[in-house]
Design a protein around this ligand. Structure first.
Ligand code: HEC
Length: 368
C-alpha cells in the first residue's frame, strides 16, 4: 500500500524538465541549424537565452509558464505539410519531445545563464583557426612577431593552442606605407588576421598578401586602396571577413571578389559602389553578408527629426503659455497650458484636470 502510494506520487510529479539535459539537445537537433549563430531565419535565434528572452517582450515566441501562448510550440504542433510548421520542411517532432518542451514552458521555461556562456565559448572555439605549422616555420614566425612587438605593434598568436597569428598595424603606424607589409614576410603559413586600416598602404602594397593563404580576416578600412588592390587578394581562399569601409573601391573592384567563395562578411560603408554592383556580387556569392552602412546617416537624420520635433513642441508650449498665468491659483503648482478655462474672454491656466473641473464649475469665482 505504502509502496503503491509512493509510485503514484512519482508518476504525478516527475522531476522538473532540465534545460541543459532535456531541452537544449532537442533545439540543437531540430532548430539551431536555421535559428542559431549561422542563420537566423524569420529573425529568430533559439540558441541563446538573451536572444529568446530579448527586450521586446511582446515578440517572445516562448512565454514562460504559458504553453498555449507560445508560438514556438504552436508551430511545432502544426501538421508537417503546413507552410508554417516547424522545423520547416521537415517531419514534425515526435510527440514525446513536444510534450517535454510543453512541460518545460509550463514549468517556467527555466534557461540558465551558464548555458549561454557555454554556447558563446563553443562559438569562439569554432571561430578560432586551429592551425599547426612545422617547427622551422614556428621559429621563423616567432622571430617576425618579436620584431613587430619590439616596435609596439600588436602582433601575436590568437591563443595558446593554435599557431594562427594576428597583426594590427592600424594603431601605431599611422604613417606606415607599403613598407610595413614587408615586415609580414615569414608569416605566410600562419597569418590569419590582419588589420592595416588607416595606414598609408597602397594597392601595390597588397601584393604581399597574395602569399598569405591562411588569411581569414582583413581590414583595409580608410586606406587609399582601390580596385587594383582587390585583384591582389582575389586568390585568398580562406578570407571570410573583408572591411573596405571608406576606400576607393567601386563596382569594378567588386568583380574581383566574385570568385571568393569563402567570403561571408563585407563592409562597404562610404564607398562608391552602386546597387547594381552589390547585386551582382550578391548573386555570385549568396552567402555573403554585405553591409553598406547608410544607417549612420539614418540615425543622424532621425536624431535631427526628433530634435526638430522637440523644439517645435517646446515652441508651441511657449506660445500657448503666452498671456497665461504661470501658476495654478488653486494649488500654487506650475500651470499646464493644456488645462485652460475661459470666462468672459479671459483665460486661466491650472495645473491639472481636477482643478480645471473645479474652475469650470464656477468660473466667475476664479476668473476675474
Ligand atoms: C530548415 C530551416 C528551419 C528549421 C530547421 C527550423 N525553422 Fe523555424 N523558421 C524557419 C524559417 C524560414 C522561418 C521564417 C518564417 C517562414 O518562412 O515560415 C522560421 C520561423 C520560425 C518562427 C517565427 C515565426 C513567426 O511567424 O515569427 C519560430 C517561432 C520558429 N521558426 C521556431 C522553430 C522551432 C521551434 C524549430 C525547431 C523545432 C525551428 N523553427 C526549426 C526555418 C526553420
Amino acid at each position: 500500500m505504502f509502496l503503491a502510494l509512493l509510485c503514484v506520487a512519482q508518476v504525478q510529479a516527475p522531476p522538473p524538465v532540465d534545460f541543459v539535459k532535456d531541452v537544449q539537445p532537442i533545439l540543437r537537433a531540430h532548430c539551431i541549424e536555421c535559428h542559431g549563430a549561422d542563420k537566423q531565419k524569420g529573425d529568430i535565434r533559439l540558441d541563446l537565452r538573451s536572444e529568446v528572452f530579448h527586450d521586446d517582450k511582446d515578440l517572445w515566441v516562448i512565454i514562460p509558464g504559458d504553453p498555449e501562448e507560445s508560438l514556438f510550440l504552436e508551430l511545432m504542433k502544426l501538421p508537417a505539410d503546413d507552410d508554417d510548421s516547424m522545423p520547416k520542411n521537415e517531419d514534425s517532432l515526435p510527440a514525446e519531445k513536444i510534450a517535454l518542451l510543453e512541460r518545460w514552458i509550463k514549468e517556467g521555461a527555466k534557461w540558465p545563464e551558464s548555458a549561454d556562456r557555454a554556447v558563446i565559448e563553443a562559438a569562439k572555439k569554432r571561430e578560432m583557426p586551429r592551425l599547426e605549422i612545422p617547427e622551422e616555420s614556428r621559429v621563423r614566425r616567432d622571430r617576425v612577431l618579436a620584431a613587430l612587438q619590439k616596435d609596439r605593434i600588436p602582433a601575436g598568436r590568437l591563443a595558446v593552442d593554435t599557431d594562427a597569428v594576428e597583426v594590427n598595424f592600424s594603431l601605431q603606424t599611422k604613417d606606415a606605407g607599403d613598407g610595413v607589409m614587408q615586415r609580414l614576410a615569414g608569416l605566410e603559413p600562419c597569418l590569419t588576421r590582419l588589420n592595416v586600416s588607416r595606414t598609408a598602404i597602397t594597392d601595390a602594397g597588397l601584393q604581399t598578401l597574395a602569399s598569405m593563404g591562411e588569411l581569414e580576416r582583413l581590414n583595409l578600412a580608410r586606406t587609399g586602396i582601390g580596385n587594383g588592390g582587390l585583384a591582389h587578394i582575389a586568390g585568398l581562399k580562406k578570407l571570410h571577413y573583408l572591411n573596405l569601409f571608406g576606400t576607393k573601391v567601386t563596382d569594378a573592384g567588386l568583380v574581383h571578389l566574385e570568385g571568393m567563395k569563402s567570403l561571408r562578411k563585407l563592409y562597404l560603408w562610404q564607398t562608391a559602389v552602386t546597387d547594381a554592383g552589390v547585386e551582382r556580387l550578391q548573386k555570385a556569392n549568396p552567402e555573403l553578408r554585405i553591409d553598406r552602412g547608410g544607417y549612420a546617416e539614418a540615425i543622424t537624420k532621425l536624431a535631427q527629426e526628433q530634435a526638430a520635433a522637440k523644439a517645435a513642441k517646446e515652441k508651441a508650449a511657449k506660445e500657448a503659455k503666452k498671456g497665461l498665468n504661470e501658476k495654478c491659483p488653486l494649488t500654487g503648482r506650475p500651470a499646464n497650458p493644456k488645462f485652460v478655462a475661459e470666462h468672459n474672454g479671459k483665460k486661466l491656466a491650472v495645473c491639472c484636470a481636477k482643478c480645471l473641473a473645479k474652475v469650470k464649475k464656477d468660473p466667475a469665482k476664479y476668473i476675474k
